[in-house]
Design a protein around this ligand. Sequence first.
Ligand SMILES: [Zn+2]
Length: 96
Amino acid sequence: MKYLKKIELAKDFNSSKNESFGMSVNSCDRCNGPTNNSTTTSMFNQQTICMSCKDEEKKDPEYDAACQMENEEIRKGNYNYPGAIPNYTPIRLLNN
Ligand SMILES: [Zn+2]
């Protein structure tokens, strides 16, 4: 029982971390590389990513579908939409 409680607390910690994203980060959430003060939000999840990761996302065959899903959710008023694929793995890593 104590153990289960610990897992719940860890989950809460992770979700609150995802919600408080700043508009300017020094390192990319996805590749951990420097962002050169130029970041954007992933179309697949809530990560703040660098422009080269964004370029890579655009090459993902799921990108257009993810854009459409996000547009639909926002039209419905769901501004807390977590992204089409919250546990998204870049194609670069899938191919390795
Ligand atoms: Zn990156």
